[in-house]
Design a protein around this ligand. Structure first.
Ligand code: SF4
Length: 376
């Protein structure tokens, strides 16, 4: 539901960023370009350090230092609830003194700047991969015929999308393994040259098993792309290759992160050993609530997993499971529908695949080992 901010949120400059976990590390520096982030609050060991030149302090220190600054909470959905309780215990009020990052992106920009903004959008550029992960949440091993998009396909989707959306904090190309796509660097150039003012950070999500060619590395550097390496080396023996990639990226001055603690759940779809029961599908979907959305084939998807299920030929989506971008007039009010949709406000209340997919929300505790390979 949309938050409505008091007028004292208007003209916001000074903010306090709460949280220096994975979300904070990815997004705070993007906010630092637009706002003056006075402090970062973190109750871990990082207190009294600095992050990107911003002092990191504890909640107690913040309570002593804070004047009128608004607090933006940079945290995952599950972490937000306990942070919210801590802040409320200190007498602070949600949407008056503090708010969640996603709510701020959705509502503050609309209320005070009439901008349609999204936090994170993913575009798959191919579905072939160097691994065969048993629990791949994009169902890559189920594709009988892998898909590979070309730069023209991507340019068309980007144009449809950015005619309607004012700003995306993070835009990621992924696969499959995106470094298998021979036109990846052209796609990055198109995004950077045409839409750099509308994207906070261009990202590539890779498993780190391939070394890109020189021409690709040069484009990554020029377009300031962040490489997010999903580390499956605990399950798959490719640590030397991944380390080689990291040193090549270092030598080019390309930023990257290695995400080691990936936690996967068994979606129990399309194969299921246990009988699954989903009594309230909308609550189930909102518990999963993907923090990123999908853009492919001229359509915007609340759940990019559902796009892939259909492409892999294992599920047939309904018309309400996505927004066909050319059906939305490109005026601000009409395009607001995309932002609302990304918040889970869709015609029939949920994505139809949620009836069969256990997803990765708090109601699914079937944890599995990330990167476990299909035995041949
Ligand atoms: S539960 Fe629904 S929203 Fe979550 S991954 Fe499955 S289909 Fe997508």
């Amino acid at each position: 539901m949309s938050a409505v901010y008091n007028t004292d949120w208007d003209g916001l400059i000074d903010i306090i960023a709460y949280g220096l976990g994975q979300v904070g590390k990815r997004f705070i520096r993007l906010f630092d370009k637009r706002f003056n982030v006075r402090w970062i609050v973190d109750n871990g060991e990082r207190c009294s350090e600095e992050y990107c030149g911003i002092p990191v302090i504890s909640l107690e220190q913040m309570m002593l230092k804070r004047k009128e600054e608004k607090i933006i909470v940079f945290a995952s959905r599950s972490a937000f609830f306990s942070i919210r309780n801590d802040l409320i215990e200190k007498g602070l009020k949600e949407n008056k003194d503090f708010c969640k990052l996603d709510d701020f992106i959705r509502d503050w920009y609309w209320q005070f700047e009439e901008k349609n903004c999204l936090r994170e959008v993913h575009m798959a550029v191919n579905t072939n991969c160097t691994f065969q992960c048993k629990y791949c949440n994009m169902f890559m091993p189920y594709y009988k015929q892998p898909i590979c998009y070309n730069a023209q396909d991507v340019a068309k989707d980007l144009s449809l999308f950015f005619e309607r959306i004012d700003y995306v904090f993070s835009f990621a190309f992924l696969g499959g393994e995106p470094f298998l796509n021979q036109e990846l660097e052209i796609m990055i150039e198109i995004l950077f040259e045409n839409y750099r003012e509308k994207v906070g950070q261009i990202e590539i999500i890779t498993n780190g098993s391939l070394i890109p060619e020189k021409r690709v590395l040069e484009t990554l550097k020029k377009c300031k792309v962040m490489i997010r390496i999903s580390d499956y080396t605990k399950r798959i023996p490719y640590i030397d290759r991944m380390n080689e990639l990291c040193s090549i990226l270092d030598s080019y001055g390309i930023c990257y992160s290695v995400e080691e603690s990936l936690q996967w759940t068994d979606f129990c779809f399309p194969e299921c050993t246990d009988k699954i029961e989903i009594s309230n599908v909308r609550s189930h979907m909102l518990s999963c609530a993907p923090e990123f959305h999908g853009l492919n084939d001229g359509k915007f998807y609340y759940c990019h997993v559902s796009w892939s299920a259909e492409k892999a030929g294992i599920f047939k989506l309904k018309g309400s499971d996505f927004i066909r971008l050319e059906d939305i007039d490109n005026n601000k009010k009409a395009c607001r529908k995309i932002v609302e949709y990304a918040d889970g406000n869709m015609e029939c209340g949920y994505v139809s695949l949620c009836e069969k997919c256990m997803g990765c929300g708090m109601d699914n505790n079937k944890f599995v080992l990330a990167g476990e390979q299909i035995s041949r």
